[in-house]
Each structure stands twice: as C-alpha cells, then as structure tokens.
Ligand binder design. Structure first.
Ligand code: SAM
Length: 220
C-alpha cells in the first residue's frame, strides 16, 4: 500500500474518533468535522500507523510528540476561529494540528524550533496538498512580528508563563490559547485582547505538554 493512501477503513476510524471526542465534550461541529477529515495516520511513520486513531499523543522523533486528538480539538475549539481569521501556531511538530487549522481558515502560519521536524513536516504538508500554511523555522515564543497581528495564536508546547511577544502580536479581539504551568502539568489558558492594554484571562483543564523552548519559554 502506498504510504500516502487514505482508505475507507481510515475514514471510518476518523469518524469514530470524532464521535469519541464528542462524547468527551468537544461540541464545535466544525472542529469535529476537521478531525473527521484530516488523515492523522499520514502524520505517522507507516510502521506506527495503527496508533493514529487512538486518542493518544505519540512520539514523532527529536524528543517531540504529535498531540493527542482530544488536546488538538480542545485547543482548536477554544480559538473560536472564523474562516477569515489569521492564525499563528507555535510548535508545528508533525503538522497535524496545522492541517486541522487549515480546515477552519486558509490563513495559517506555523513556526517550529526544531530544524529536523521543520524540514520533514514542510515536505509532508506539501505532499499532502496542505501546503497553504506559511511555515517557519525559529523560536516561536517570540511570535512572528513581521506577520502580526493575528486573530488567534495557538501554542502547542507548555510555557512557564504568558510570552509577552505573543500578547503584543494579538489583534484587538484576538485570542491566545496556551498551556501554562510547571514541567509536569499545565493549565490551558485563553487570553483575549480586549483593548490596546486590556487582556482577559480564562483558565480551563490541565494537560501535559512538552516544554516550550526559547526566549519566552523554558530556556533561551
Ligand atoms: N502541533 C504539533 C502537532 O500537531 O504535531 C504538536 C507539537 S509538540 C506537542 C510541540 C512542538 O513545539 C515540538 O515540535 C517542539 O519542537 C515545538 N517547540 C518547542 N518550543 C518551541 C518554540 N519556542 N518555537 C517553536 N516551536 C517550539
């Protein structure tokens, strides 16, 4: 079988995964539809494909992981995306979350710190026909000042606090969704910019992420 093949069996597994996420409380139909659409198994090495439709994180090399589908859906739902929104994802990793975001808006930028993952994922997304995102290699904890402002910023690694550069790069009305906490667990936080200097912070469930590195993360 070609490594890029998507079969009826995969499609059925995706629909079952979307149903499982609905049972767990994901209610945004567009997010559930995106989960049911994006072929997650194609973001796995062929030998590990059997793990793709379990609701679990999985290693992708370089000490990093593809996030659990529940986490991807949860963060995406918190972003409240409109089709015209401009989004920045910090932590491209496997590219799966990026592909999910592209189902909701065509205006996605994503930045990855690790050069090996960046190069691999750029090729993969292009081969999947999901090359519409702007992909960057660098320290996303300082955002992408040249591309700002954003309507939504999604951080897919755990931060010790709110990176000031990411707050500055939000448009008024924009949302930053970021896991914040210590090395063991992080609380999902959404910060909405309500004015030039006005930010509203909401806290949600606890998760466990790999660390956000860089100037606004755990080390520079
Ligand atoms: N969104 C990814 C996916 O769908 O596969 C999950 C990524 S993994 C949980 C977190 C990613 O954040 C890793 O690939 C890691 O290299 C990256 N990362 C950590 N610190 C970063 C930083 N300062 N800037 C950009 N990427 C960073």
């Amino acid at each position: 079988m070609s490594p890029l093949q998507d079969t009826y069996r995969h499609q059925g597994q995706r629909r079952a995964l979307a149903r499982e996420l609905r049972r767990r409380g994901i209610h945004d139909e567009r997010v559930l539809q995106a989960i049911a659409t994006v072929p997650r198994h194609l973001f796995f090495a062929p030998a590990f494909e059997a793990h793709a439709y379990q609701d679990k994180a999985f290693p992708i090399g370089e000490g990093q992981t593809i996030s659990q589908p529940y986490t991807v859906a949860y963060q995406t739902q918190l972003l409240n995306l409109k089709p015209t929104d401009r989004v920045l994802e910090v932590g491209t990793g496997s590219g799966y979350q990026c592909a999910v975001l592209l189902q909701l808006t065509p205006h996605v930028d994503s930045i990855e710190f690790n050069e090996v993952l960046f190069t691999r994922t750029r090729q993969l997304l292009a081969s999947l026909g999901a090359g519409g995102a702007g992909l960057y290699c660098g320290d996303g904890s300082v955002g992408l000042p040249d591309r700002a402002p954003f309507d939504a910023i999604l951080v897919t690694a755990g931060a010790p606090g709110l990176p000031p550069a990411l707050l500055r790069q939000l448009r008024v009305g924009g949302r930053l969704v970021i896991p914040v906490g210590g090395s063991q667990t992080q609380r999902m936080v959404r910060v909405t910019r309500e004015g030039a200097e006005a930010f509203v912070r909401e806290e949600f469930e606890d998760f466990r992420f790999v660390p956000l590195l860089g100037v606004g993360g755990w080390r520079s």
